[in-house]
Design a protein around this ligand. Structure first.
Ligand code: FES
Length: 349
């Protein structure tokens, strides 16, 4: 095959080959007519999110989750809504929404089932699980079963390789699956059941987890959140190495202790590396920082190099926000978005 025979980027053929999604946001009249509306309540919640950040545009990611919590995906209306509230263009919002796979371009089913087919999970059966679910549901990647119960997707590493092969439902973990257990899990979801995840919080549904990712808590108080999330676990494969080391009496070598600068023998004396070089009157560290900033080509590179400049926070740095974000995330400790799957649990659902 020559380069001229290959599918061009963005074509359906290329998407099938590369797995990259170049499809637009679903906007057909039949789908849009059936969508729950974005209401004044949505707008009020969006403004609550915006108030958490020093800059409104920083609220875009949770706002996209908020839109998904109402409509099940990022609809064209949702794109416009975020752009209006944040003072962005719809192109800017779409650029972000198409970058992250957690933002969906078509309505999702009640549950989102993600099968890790990355290296370790694939080797241990992840691809077989995905193929079996595909056959059972009659759908392909990023497609929804005809009854609307489940959207299936294959996922890159879900950061739980020690529990491979891993399946998540609405981002909650079901560890060490095999073809049969995964098929039973999906069959239960289609019956309307919510099997308990192996660890982390109880299962909700795609809209429910989207609401949590937007920073709105589903629990009445912190105690209820802790009870739901921090159930006891045996720490399974994560601690296998530690247990083996205990059995063998092995310990890690001690970390070298660093003496605090104020206790060093020459404390109070100017340190050699902080003396001006005589060329610019600046220290070598500042000269090197100046050079990195001067060599940066783009605004993004300049911002990055400025952050490592010794004068970070002054003319080179981005400065630190003086004001604390109002209200925080409203999410009790242990239930912050993206952390719910990190505490190992006590076995399979
Ligand atoms: S490869 Fe599947 S969780 Fe890492």
């Amino acid at each position: 095959m020559t380069v001229f025979d290959q599918p061009y980027p963005g074509s359906p053929e290329a998407a099938r080959t590369t797995g990259l999604d170049s499809s637009p946001f679903e906007g057909s009249p039949e789908v849009l007519d059936a969508l729950p509306p974005l209401t004044e309540q949505t707008r009020a919640e969006a403004r609550e999110i915006i108030a958490r950040y020093p800059q409104p545009r920083s609220a875009l990611l949770p706002m996209l989750h908020l839109v998904q919590s109402y409509q099940g995906y990022v609809s064209p209306q949702g794109l416009t809504f975020c752009a209006e509230e944040l003072g962005l263009t719809t192109a800017e919002v779409a650029a972000v929404a198409t970058f992250y796979t957690m933002y969906k371009r078509r309505p999702t089913g009640r549950h989102l089932v993600s099968v890790c087919t990355n290296t370790l999970c694939a080797v241990l059966g992840g691809q077989r699980i995905f193929d079996a679910l595909k056959a059972d549901l009659g759908v392909g990647h990023d497609e929804t079963a005809a009854d609307g119960s489940v959207t299936l997707e294959h996922a890159e590493c879900l950061a739980a390789c020690d529990y491979a092969p891993v399946v998540t439902v609405d981002y909650e973990f079901y560890d060490q699956q095999d073809v049969e257990s995964a098929r039973e899990l999906v069959a239960a979801l289609r019956r309307g059941e919510k099997p308990l995840p192996t660890r982390g919080a109880p299962l909700t549904d795609f809209k429910g987890i989207s609401r949590q990712l937007a920073g709105f808590d589903q629990y009445g108080d912190e105690a209820a959140a802790r009870a739901a999330v921090d159930h006891p676990g045996n720490y399974g494969p994560t601690l296998a190495g530690v247990r083996l080391a205990e059995e063998r009496g092995e310990v890690a070598p001690p970390m070298p202790r660093r003496t605090p600068p104020e206790l060093e023998p020459d404390a109070g004396e100017p340190r050699a590396t902080t003396r001006p070089t005589g060329r610019t009157g600046e220290t070598p560290e500042k000269e090197a920082g100046d050079a990195r900033v001067a060599a940066a080509d783009t605004p993004a590179e300049k911002a990055g190099t400025a952050r490592t400049h010794p004068d970070e926070g002054s003319e080179y740095g981005r400065g630190r926000p003086q004001k604390q974000p109002r209200g925080g995330t409203d999410t009790p400790a242990g239930t912050e978005p993206g952390t719910s799957g990190q505490g190992p649990g006590d076995g399979k659902a």
